[in-house]
Design a protein around this ligand. Structure first.
Ligand SMILES: [Zn+2]
Length: 140
């Protein structure tokens, strides 16, 4: 029952203060998440790994009320499914990240509120290990 990351290269792991791993174009400085092999703005292939800020501002959000199509969704379905929040958080003025939110009540969230990255259990894999994914929660 060891926790494992949902995928390699998405966030720093293991880490007490996890950060999302993005990429930055060394030509025009645009930041992407997740990592991209070429720049979406100038098409340069000179992208370098870039750790994103752990805190950011909530930009848009909603609630996922039913299981998304699978694949790519690999979480609980049927009676095991629990609605969850999803949204965009702007990090460091660099990039907007599409993310899960720990809050599934849209009324409890406000535009521009400060959010913080956390890792949360997502599902158990075939070995019974807890698969961890990232989410943002309202910052203290
Ligand atoms: Zn570029």
């Amino acid at each position: 029952m060891a926790p494992v990351p949902v995928a390699e290269g998405i966030f720093t792991w293991p880490s007490d203060e996890p950060q999302l791993i993005g990429s930055r174009c060394t030509s025009c400085q645009i930041v992407t998440f997740p990592v991209q092999a070429s720049c979406p703005r100038c098409a340069s292939t000179k992208m370098e790994a870039h750790l994103l800020a752990r805190r950011g501002r909530l930009w848009a959000w909603t609630t996922q009320e039913f299981p998304p199509p699978s694949p790519p969704y690999a979480g609980p379905t049927g009676d095991a499914f629990v609605p969850f929040g999803v949204g965009y958080v702007e990090l460091g003025g660099e990039v907007r990240v599409e993310t899960r939110l720990t809050v599934a009540d849209p009324e409890a969230l406000t535009e521009g509120m400060e959010m913080e990255l956390v890792l949360v259990p997502f599902r158990a894999d075939e070995d019974g290990d807890e698969v961890m994914t990232f989410a943002f929660r309202p910052a203290d």
